[in-house]
Design a protein around this ligand. Sequence first.
Ligand SMILES: *Cc1c(COP(=O)(O)O)cnc(C)c1O
Length: 219
Amino acid sequence: MTLDGLRETHEAIARAARAHGRAPNDVTLIAVSKTMPMERIEPVLASGQFVFGENYVQEADAKWSEVKRRLPGIELHLVGPLQTNKVKQAVALFDAIHSLDRESLAQALAKDMRRQGRRPQLFVQVNTGREPQKAGVMPEEADLFIARCRETHGLTIEGLMCIPPAGEDPVPHFRLLREMAARNAIGLLSMGMSADFEAAIAEGATHVRVGTAIFGARG
Ligand SMILES: *Cc1c(COP(=O)(O)O)cnc(C)c1O
């Protein structure tokens, strides 16, 4: 593989940021390396990209725990759903979790974060398209859920995350997320993937999650 995809993604992020009066550094590129073997990831890592996203706790642990010990500057984001029985492993491994979407998970995270003395950044995932097969809190429940994460579980909620429905204009979903963040005093917005990260940056994304455009199609 080449690093063209990574370079082009960086350039496109910088262009989109500047076009909307934002600094390119305001946007963190999360290179989503799910299903990619380490030999595909190594060149990206060697080029200076240190922020990666994975979907599955088990896979991420196998691929990254050794590498992270060797290179402590790596920042690992869990962008896929999190099962409660994987919370302990997830808190130990990840620096950010984008898929907080239910009370039982908030409780389990709070407990394990206390126990391990680790504080991964937390994003609440919102199911902006109200899709039954998709994770995330329903939009009308988000404000209450965020308040309960904060008040009942003592969690710091730093961001919101969404995955707009495939084949729909993503912009209304990005706007909904941005408004929700503003009224809850939340600073970070994880939105935008290979197909729509420029539109997400226009709507205020602080974190874009890009896989295919960097690594090519997944097998
Ligand atoms: C796979 C995945 C991505 C990356 O998607 P691409 O279209 O390959 O850029 C981003 N976010 C989540 C939650 C994913 O599961």
